[in-house]
Design a protein around this ligand. Structure first.
Ligand code: FES
Ligand SMILES: [Fe+2]
Length: 338
């Protein structure tokens, strides 16, 4: 069975990347979860050894939906219709009523990783899978840690929220990392932020800001923010100063101009200890900040050629040049059928 993968519209602009399709918490052992990504229906399933596998949702025999009645047996996903079993690589492992025959049949297995409580897939060409730079909150030998928090502050409590099927142009949220001016109007900073630096290295775009917040009596308190985009769909935002925290936000195109949005936030160990009796209000306030951005994005049109002020840096323009790297139509990425 050949599997076509042809997203339409703006999704073409960001196909070659890693995108979040679920949370670790929702995919427990033995579960099969259905998701939509770039107009493709996929299933996530976790086997007894804890590994998550992501494959096409439709069976390679006659196309039954593996997410509706499919079950896991011996590290394979068994189709509810005729019992054909698919292994983690997408190959047919057995046909129960023809034990001496293994057909030359496969479904697409999507490269996947689990990081920081999220499950991510590579949506680009199968023959050019790029290394996944998305950090893990607990870090590790081969995995970058959630940066400064892990190294010097310790990871405290966290919260996660998922917003499904939102009508957001998928190009909009990533560009938020370049936006110094909105801190005053959306996040109630005392003034626009000052962009202190931005840099591009391979699949990573990074921007740093200094901003002041006035909370309660006294003079405004300095705060610094670091956005790190890991491709077009995943960003971490480190916040140090007023309320120390790190968040990971993912925007995943599902097709037709709609997206799923994943948001996770961690406070430091030190903050957890200090306010452990009552820190729900802190998380409520942090999530409200993200939702303030979300409301704008849901009602925003992506502007192809915005007016640039002479006093602005080239940051947004450079971001857009960087983002072209992930396009399905970039040189060397002209094949979208896998
Ligand atoms: S359709 Fe899945 S086994 Fe026949
Ligand atoms: Fe924002």
């Amino acid at each position: 069975m050949s599997t076509t993968h042809r997203p339409r519209g703006v999704e073409q602009a960001m196909l070659q990347g890693w995108f979040q399709i679920g949370t670790s918490a929702e995919c427990s052992e033995g579960q099969v979860i259905t998701r939509r990504v770039f107009d493709s229906e996929i299933v996530l399933w976790r086997t007894a050894d804890g590994t998550v596998t992501v494959t096409d949702a439709h069976c390679g025999h006659l196309g039954a939906h593996l997410g509706i009645g499919g079950r896991i047996k011996n590290d394979t996903l068994v189709c509810p219709y005729h019992g054909w079993a698919w292994d983690r690589t997408g190959l047919c492992a057995r046909v129960p009523y023809a034990p001496n025959e293994v057909p030359d049949a496969r479904i697409r297995a999507w490269p996947s990783v689990e990081r920081s409580g999220g499950i991510f897939v590579w949506t680009g060409r199968a023959d050019s899978v790029e290394e996944c730079d998305i950090p893990d909150v607990h870090g590790g030998e081969a995995t970058p840690s959630l940066i400064e928090m892990k190294a010097s502050h310790g990871v405290g409590d966290s919260r996660a929220v998922v917003y499904r099927d939102r009508a957001i142009d998928p190009r909009v949220p990533g560009e938020h990392s370049t936006d110094f001016a909105h801190f005053k109007y959306i996040h109630l900073a005392t003034d626009a932020a000052v962009q202190t630096n931005y840099s591009i290295a391979g699949n990573i775009f990074r921007a740093d800001y200094a901003v002041d917040y006035k909370i309660g009596p006294g003079s405004p308190k300095p705060h610094r923010v670091r956005f790190t985009n890991f491709g077009p769909g995943v960003v971490t935002v480190e916040n140090w100063g007023v309320v120390d925290h790190v968040l990971l936000a993912s925007v995943t195109p599902t097709g037709g101009g709609r997206v799923d949005v994943y948001y996770s936030v961690w406070v430091t160990e030190e903050l957890s200890a200090r306010v452990k009796i009552d820190y729900d209000p802190i998380f409520t306030a942090l999530i409200a900040q993200f939702e303030a951005d979300l409301i704008v994005w849901e009602n925003q049109t992506w502007v192809a050629d915005p007016p640039y002020l002479a006093s602005e840096s080239r940051c947004l323009r450079d971001y857009r040049i960087w983002a072209e790297h992930f396009s399905a139509t970039r040189p060397g990425a002209d094949r979208t059928t896998i």
